[in-house]
Design a protein around this ligand. Structure first.
Ligand code: 5GP
Ligand code: ZN
Length: 112
């Protein structure tokens, strides 16, 4: 998608602090971190929202990748949170599927 900032990051035409990349996914630091570790994991393919896909393999891989990156970032044992904001009430602001991986501090529950 031409106007999508995350597609541009996936293509490399917009820079980001990348922590992981393969053929299907790229993971990078959030520009406005909400925790000491705040990584966004995205499929390179433009899928607007979680509710726009039933691709079990892709979604499964994304979650497993979150575990791997949590380990790489040193937050696996202490704990981490994965969040996929979907649509307006959840606060989705970028219409390209992305998983937030947050850690490095104690998380409150319920979330805001
Ligand atoms: P959402 O609110 O849609 O769940 O999350 C979008 C996230 O993308 C926000 O946490 C925001 O800080 C992050 N973000 C928006 N634009 C950019 C950007 O250009 N680069 C990076 N690294 N993160 C971005
Ligand atoms: Zn996109």
């Amino acid at each position: 998608m031409e106007d999508c900032i995350f597609c541009k990051i996936a293509k490399g035409s917009v820079s980001a602090k990348v922590v992981y990349e393969d053929d299907e996914f790229i993971a990078f630091h959030d520009i406005n971190p909400q925790a000491p570790v705040h990584i966004l994991i995205i499929p390179k393919k433009h899928i607007p929202r979680l509710c726009d896909t039933e691709d079990k393999e892709l979604l499964g891989k994304m979650l497993i990748l979150a575990n791997k990156i949590a380990e790489k970032m040193g937050i696996l044992e202490d704990g981490y949170r994965v969040v996929i904001n979907t649509n307006r009430n959840a606060g989705q602001t970028i219409d390209h599927l992305h998983l937030h991986l947050l850690g490095g501090r104690i998380m409150n529950w319920p979330p805001g």
